[in-house]
Structures are given as structure tokens and as C-alpha cells.
Design a protein around this ligand. Structure first.
Ligand SMILES: Nc1ncnc2c1ncn2[C@@H]1O[C@H](COP(=O)(O)OP(=O)(O)OP(=O)(O)O)[C@@H](O)[C@H]1O
Ligand SMILES: [Mg+2]
Length: 462
């Protein structure tokens, strides 16, 4: 019954949401050695990549053009060595980046998991189980992917773009003016596309939540659905949510798919313009063939890195949404927390006999409810009101009442699944809110109304 409680968003929105970048900063701090190595690898790799077209220009202009065979072999060998180094550096950077991002995902998931474990039923009801599942799986995965992108591109893309421009200008300053047209053109095209895609990314996360919620309700409520012949309407409900998500995903997919052809188009136009202008210069003898080849390569590198940077900006908003959702969970403190200075339960007495006469005032054995009242959050009326009950050690008590009269609620106050809203619950004379949670739970054996079996054998469940 408590299962199907939807998230009360109004309350969740009140949770102070700190900046999502805090996560990344935290991760980078924890693994700073790996990050530093990654940066070094990336810088080295970019430098090698930038050097290659320059070398090839020399091979053509100084070797091939003059027909100097040994020079071609020598420079060719150098090129081979640089490109080999570039490949090794790139592989190293990819592996390291992936490893860092995976570790970050693992740690964040573990953090969310252990945080949610401490939640009382109240927080569980507020977020809703489906949303908590999405947040700790899908949302964390999005963050992990985003971090991978950030780690691989944050340094290399700008470095490649700037380095490419510098090298291109060195090859031929006049032709470089063309870059002043093609680079903004590329940026504009990508920015236009992104501004249309980002809102859809945002929408998608909410829709995944919704789909999860419906699916979970339908699987757990399968028998009820069959018994009340609700198949058709439930199927329709699922279809609606499923179609909505599919539509959004398709829409974003289509927009993203337009990106590569568009980038290629800008790139090809730039190439055509370059060759056109360069042909005149080469004909006039003010430019060499090798320079043109190198120049073309630099333009491709520059435009590629511009596109990569844009891609990063495309996934960042989605990751930011996910980060906020995860952060919301982490920022929520359990309403049932360990007290500041927890007390221990009095030591077990040697014999099992009840101590009706308290030794020093507070060592009263047994369980006691003192004027206990409880109201579910958001409920109109209290479920329990002014309950007085004393259970002596060894005594068996049965609480009898109509359905919904509050028997389960009464019991759930003892292990602090909920905290009382009035009065006190005492175990061996100590308020349960003053006991350490471990001591309290260790002293209680609870058989819930609805048995829940974990995966595995009966033995592993016990
Ligand atoms: N999570 C919840 N949020 C809001 N109200 C709740 C919640 N759980 C129970 N209630 C309400 O509190 C009251 C007491 O419910 P409780 O489950 O304690 O009854 P019960 O005596 O155990 O019933 P049953 O005999 O069916 O097990 C009911 O009116 C119920 O609707
Ligand atoms: Mg009950």
C-alpha cells in the first residue's frame, strides 16, 4: 500500500540544490593523480596530432617536390614515429579517461545507495521508489558519460582548435582568413541545432521516470490488474508513456543525426574554397603544394574540435538535469537519524525475570507508549491519537482492530520506520529517538504484514 505513493514534488523542490559541478570537482579531487596524468597524455597527443600535417608538408615540399628519395624516407620515418606515438597516447588517454569516469560512476552510485538506505519511509514516499531507482541508475549513468566527455574533450578540443589556427597561420597567413568564415559558420550551425535539442533532453529524463513508475506499478500490481480486468486500460496507460518517451527520443535523435552531415557540409565547402584560393597562389608560386595539404588537414582538425566542443555543450544540460536529481537525493537528510549523543540499551539482565521495580529510576524494562500520536505526512487526520500502552518483558500482547485502524502504524513507530508526531515510545525506559539506530534495530525482531523475499534461497533470506 505504501508502495504506490507518488513523489510529492512540491516538497522535493524545496530541497536546497547545490551546483551540480560540485560532483565533478569532488571526483576530480579524489582522483587528481589520474586526472593530471590524463591531461598530460592529452596535451602530448594533441601536440603530436598538430605536428603531423606540418611534417607531411615538409615531406611533399622538401622531399617529393625535389625528388630527394632519402629525404622522403627520413622525414617519412619521423612521421611514422610521431603518428605511432600519437596512437599510443590517444589509446592511453581513452583508457584512463574511461577508467576515471567509471570509478566516478561507481562511487556516486554507492553514495546514493547508502544514502537511500538510511531514508525513512517518509523520504521514500516523497521521492517515490521508481524515481529513486532512475536516479541511482540512469541519472548516474548520464553523469558518468558526461564526465567521460568532459575528461576527454575539455582540454584537447580547445587546444586542438587554437593550436590548429596557429599552425594554419604559420603555413599560410593569407589563406587563414578563410577560417574566419568557416569557424563561425560551423559554430552557428551547431549552436542552432543544440538550442533546439536541449529542451528535449530535459523532457526525456522526466519521461523515463514516468515510464519506470508505470511499469513498476503494473508488475507489482499484476494480480490486481487481472482480477479487476484492467488489462486494456493499463496497456493504454503504458503505451501513452512509452510513445511519449519514444517521440522525444526520436526527435532528439533526428536533430543530433543532422549534426554530422552539417559539419561535413561546412567542412567540404571550406575545402572547396581553400583549394580554389590556393590554386591561384600555387600557380603564382607564392604557395607550395605541401602547405596546401597541411592547411587542409589543419582546417579539418579545427572544425572537428569545434564540433566536439559543441557536442559537449549538447550533453551538458542533460547531465546537469541528472546531477540536480541525484543531488536532491543526496541533499535530503533522513528524518529518522541517529541522535547526536546516542544512548545504549541497558545491559541484558542475567536472568530473564521481569524487573518490575526499577533499580535507579530509568532502568524500566519493556516497551511503553506514552501519549503517542502519529499523523502521516499530508494526511488530514492523525492515524493514532494519545496511545498509552505498557508491555512488560515476557508478556505477549495482541493489538486487535479493524482494517486501517492503525495497528501497523503503531508497530512501525517502535523501530522508527516513522517517528511519532506526539508523545514518546520507550524501549527499556529510553526514548527510541535517543537510542542509536543500530542498537535499536538490533534489539527488535519484526515480521512485516507482507512478507518480502529477496532473490535467492529461503536460507539466504533468513
Ligand atoms: N504511508 C501512508 N501514508 C498515509 N496514510 C497511511 C499510510 N499508511 C497507512 N495510512 C493510513 O493510516 C491508517 C492506519 O493504517 P494501518 O496500516 O496502520 O492500519 P492497520 O490497522 O495495520 O490495517 P490492516 O488491518 O489492514 O493491516 C489508515 O487510515 C491508512 O489509510
Ligand atoms: Mg496492518
Amino acid at each position: 500500500m505504501a508502495d504506490a505513493a507518488p513523489a510529492v514534488t512540491g516538497d522535493a523542490a524545496k530541497v536546497r540544490v547545490s551546483l551540480a559541478s560540485g560532483f565533478v570537482a569532488h571526483c576530480l579531487q579524489a582522483q587528481w593523480r589520474g586526472v593530471a596524468l590524463l591531461l598530460v597524455l592529452q596535451v602530448a597527443q594533441v601536440l603530436a596530432t598538430l605536428l603531423l600535417p606540418h611534417l607531411s608538408a615538409d615531406v611533399i615540399d622538401l622531399g617529393v617536390a625535389r625528388g630527394d628519395r632519402s629525404d622522403v624516407m627520413r622525414r617519412g620515418g619521423a612521421m611514422l614515429a610521431v603518428s605511432l606515438a600519437q596512437v599510443i597516447l590517444a589509446i592511453g588517454a581513452s583508457v584512463l579517461g574511461a577508467r576515471l569516469a567509471m570509478r566516478y560512476g561507481r562511487d556516486l552510485r554507492a553514495q546514493v545507495f547508502s544514502h537511500v538506505q538510511a531514508f525513512s519511509l517518509q523520504e521514500m514516499n516523497r521521492f517515490g521508489t521508481p524515481s529513486l531507482i532512475t536516479r541511482s541508475t540512469n541519472d548516474v549513468l548520464q553523469l558518468q558519460t558526461a564526465l567521460l566527455m568532459i575528461l576527454t574533450m575539455i582540454v584537447s578540443a580547445p587546444l586542438m582548435a587554437v593550436g590548429g589556427v596557429v599552425m594554419a597561420v604559420r603555413q599560410d597567413a593569407h589563406l587563414s582568413l578563410l577560417l574566419a568564415v568557416s569557424m563561425p559558420l560551423m559554430l552557428l550551425a551547431v549552436a542552432l541545432l543544440m538550442s533546439r535539442t536541449v529542451p528535449y533532453f530535459r523532457k526525456m529524463q522526466g519521461q523515463i521516470d514516468r515510464l519506470n513508475q508505470i511499469l513498476r506499478e503494473q508488475i507489482t500490481g499484476l494480480r490486481v490488474i487481472r482480477a479487476f480486468v484492467r488489462d486494456t486500460s493499463e496497456r493504454a496507460r503504458f503505451s501513452t508513456a512509452n510513445d511519449a518517451l519514444t517521440d522525444t527520443a526520436l526527435h532528439t535523435g533526428r536533430l543530433m543525426a543532422a549534426m554530422i552531415p552539417m559539419a561535413v557540409l561546412v567542412m567540404q565547402w571550406s575545402t572547396i574554397a581553400l583549394v580554389w584560393f590556393a590554386a591561384a597562389r600555387i600557380g603564382a608560386g607564392t604557395m607550395q603544394i605541401g602547405s596546401l595539404v597541411a592547411f587542409l588537414a589543419y582546417v579539418a582538425q579545427i572544425l572537428m574540435s569545434v564540433m566536439m566542443a559543441a557536442l559537449l555543450f549538447a550533453i551538458l544540460p542533460r547531465a546537469l538535469v541528472c546531477a540536480r536529481r541525484v543531488e536532491e537525493v543526496l541533499a535530503t537528510a533522513s528524518s529518522v537519524a541517529d541522535p547526536v549523543s546516542p544512548q545504549d540499551l541497558p545491559k541484558e539482565l542475567p536472568s530473564n525475570k521481569p524487573t518490575a521495580t526499577p533499580a535507579k529510576g530509568r532502568a524500566v524494562r519493556g516497551l511503553e507508549f506514552k501519549g503517542v500520536g502519529f499523523q502521516y505526512p499530508g494526511a488530514a487526520a492523525p492515524a493514532l491519537h494519545d496511545i498509552k500502552l505498557r508491555v512488560e518483558p515476557g508478556q505477549t500482547v495482541a493489538v486487535i482492530g479493524a482494517t486501517g485502524s492503525g495497528k501497523s502504524t503503531l508497530l512501525s513507530l517502535v523501530p522508527r520506520l516513522f517517528d511519532v508526531t506526539a508523545g514518546r515510545v520507550l524501549v527499556d525506559g529510553i526514548d527510541v529517538r535517543e537510542l542509536s539506530l543500530q542498537a535499536l534495530w538490533g534489539a527488535i525482531g519484526l515480521v512485516p504484514q507482507q512478507a518480502y523475499l529477496f532473490t535467492g534461497t529461503i536460507a539466504s533470506n533468513l
